[in-house]
Design a protein around this ligand. Structure first.
Ligand code: NCD
Length: 431
C-alpha cells in the first residue's frame, strides 16, 4: 500500500472541531500525521487538494445493498462502488434482503462477501422479526454476537407494540439500538405519495404525516418504558421532529436521521408521475423540510442517511401505483446536500458532522467507523470540490439503481477522491 500525502486542502473534522488548511499523511492504512511537527519520511503519492475539502469518509447509516436475493437491483460490489463514488467509507446494510439478515449465518455471509467483494466498510443490520413479518423475534442475541450494529425491519414497520417492546428489551440488554422504520400500516396502506393537495391532483392515495408520527410517538413511549436506545429512520415530517425534540428533553434515548431527498425535494416532484420520485416515506412539503433543517441545526436529528434504495429499470418502468418505493441516493447525496450549504440554509461543517461524527456516535465504538481523523485513526477520507458543477448522468452511476428523480439535474459539489483504509477506492477521472 502506497503512503498518501494530501496537500493544501481545507481540513474539516467536526468531531475534533477542526476547520483549517493543512496537509495530512496516510501510512499503512492509518492517519500518520496532520500538519504539525516533522512529516514522516516516505515515498508518498501526493494528492493536491487545493480548493478542496478534506474530511473523514462519510458514514451512511441506511443503505439497501440487496444482496442476497435481489442482485438484479444491487450487489455488495456495486453498492460499495456507488458508496465510494459518493464519498462514503462506511455503509450500514439494511436487512430487507432475501433471505433477510435474520440469523448469524446471513450476517456472516454479508460480512464475508463484503470483505472479498466490497471496497468500503459494510456494517450489517439484523432484522427485528423473523422474515420481517412482525410476528416473532429474530435471533437478536446471536446476531449481536456476529457483529450487527442494531436491529431493524426497515421497509416494514413492527406493527405490534408488544413485539416491539420485547425487541427493545432484548436490544437494550445487548447494548444495541432498534433502528426504527416508523409507519403505522393501517394509515399508510395503499398510499403512494404524501397525503394532501398533490395526491388529490394526481388521483393517488395519500400517506398522511400521522402514519409516521403515530409510530414515532408509540416507539418513543416504548423506549421510555424499556430504557432502550432507538434510532428513527428517514424522519420526514415536522410533527416527528417535534416529538423527537420533546423526547430528548425528557431524556429518552432517541436519535434520528433525515435523508438528502427529504431535505431537498418536495411532493411537487411527483406531479409528472415520475416513479423515481416515489419513495417511502413520501416526499413531503416545504414546511416539513424547514422543520427537518431546524432539527439538524439544533441537534434533534444527529445524522443524514441516504436510504439508498436501488431498483432495476424494469421495476420502476410501470404505472406509479405499481412501482416500488425507493431512490438510489449514494452518488447524489453530497451534491444534493451542498444545495443547502450554497443557499445558506446549513453551514458546511454541520453537513459534514451529520455525515461523519453524528452517525459514528450512533454506531458506537468497536466497529471501526470513527467518523473522525486523528493520528492513529483508520485512513478513511473523502476529498471533495464544494464548487464543482456536474450533471447527474445515471449511465455513469456505479449503482445498478438508476432510479433518481435528479437525473439530468445540475448539482454543485462533487466527490474527487475517496480513501478507505489508506487505499484510494475512488478517484475522479483526470485527477
Ligand atoms: N425507502 C424506500 O422507499 N424503499 C426501501 C424500503 C422502504 O423503506 O420502504 C427499499 O428497500 O426499497
Amino acid at each position: 500500500m502506497k503512503s498518501i500525502l494530501i496537500k493544501n486542502g481545507r481540513f474539516i473534522d467536526p468531531e475534533q472541531s477542526n476547520d483549517r488548511h493543512t496537509d495530512i499523511a496516510l501510512i499503512d492504512g492509518k492517519v500518520a500525521w496532520i500538519g504539525s511537527g516533522t512529516l514522516p519520511k516516505d515515498d508518498y503519492e501526493i494528492i493536491d487538494a487545493s480548493g478542496m475539502i478534506v474530511a473523514p469518509g462519510f458514514i451512511d447509516l441506511h443503505t439497501h445493498l440487496r444482496q442476497p436475493g435481489f442482485e438484479d437491483k444491487e450487489t455488495i460490489a456495486t453498492g460499495t462502488m456507488a458508496a465510494a463514488r459518493g464519498g462514503f467509507t462506511t455503509i450500514c446494510a439494511m436487512p430487507n434482503t432475501n433471505p433477510p439478515i435474520e440469523n448469524r449465518s446471513i450476517v456472516d455471509y454479508v460480512k464475508c462477501v463484503a470483505s472479498s467483494e466490497g471496497i468500503v466498510r459494510v456494517l450489517p443490520i439484523g432484522c427485528i422479526s423473523k422474515g420481517r413479518k412482525g410476528e416473532i423475534l429474530a435471533e437478536l442475541g446471536e446476531m449481536g454476537t456476529a457483529g450487527v450494529i442494531g436491529f431493524s425491519d426497515d421497509g416494514s414497520p413492527v406493527p405490534g407494540a408488544r413485539l416491539m417492546k420485547q425487541a427493545m428489551e432484548y436490544a437494550a440488554g445487548l447494548g444495541l439500538p432498534i433502528i426504527d422504520h416508523c409507519e403505522e400500516p393501517s394509515l399508510a396502506e395503499g398510499g403512494q405519495v404524501n397525503e394532501g393537495i398533490i395526491a388529490t391532483r394526481l388521483g393517488l392515495a395519500g400517506i398522511p404525516n400521522a402514519a409516521e408520527e403515530t409510530m414515532v410517538a408509540r416507539d418513543i413511549a416504548l423506549a421510555k418504558l424499556t430504557g432502550a436506545r432507538i434510532h428513527l429512520c428517514h424522519i420526514s415530517t415536522k410533527g416527528s421532529v417535534d416529538l423527537i425534540r420533546n423526547a430528548k428533553a425528557d431524556s429518552v434515548q432517541v436519535t434520528a436521521e433525515a435523508t438528502p431527498h427529504h431535505l431537498t425535494l418536495t411532493e411537487e416532484r411527483c406531479l409528472g408521475y415520475d416513479t423515481n420520485s416515489k419513495v417511502n416515506p413520501p416526499l413531503r412539503t416545504q414546511t416539513d423540510i424547514d422543520a427537518l433543517i431546524a432539527g439538524l441545526i439544533d441537534g434533534t436529528i444527529e445524522a443524514i442517511a441516504t436510504d439508498h434504495a436501488p431498483h432495476s429499470e424494469n421495476d420502476k418502468c410501470c404505472e406509479f401505483a405499481l412501482a416500488p418505493f425507493g431512490i438510489s441516493g449514494l452518488e447524489t447525496a453530497l451534491g444534493s446536500l451542498m444545495k443547502l450549504v450554497h443557499n445558506g440554509k446549513i453551514p458546511l461543517p454541520l453537513i459534514i458532522e451529520k455525515l461523519t461524527a453524528g452517525p459514528a456516535r450512533i454506531i458506537g465504538d468497536g466497529f471501526g467507523a470513527t467518523g473522525s481523523l486523528t493520528v492513529g485513526d483508520p485512513a478513511d477520507v473523502v476529498i471533495f470540490d464544494p464548487k464543482a458543477e456536474w450533471t447527474v448522468d445515471v449511465s455513469k452511476f456505479a449503482s445498478k439503481g438508476k432510479n433518481t428523480p435528479l437525473a439530468g439535474e445540475k448539482l454543485k459539489g462533487k466527490v474527487i477522491a475517496t480513501i478507505y483504509h489508506g487505499n484510494i477506492v475512488y478517484k475522479e477521472d483526470n485527477r
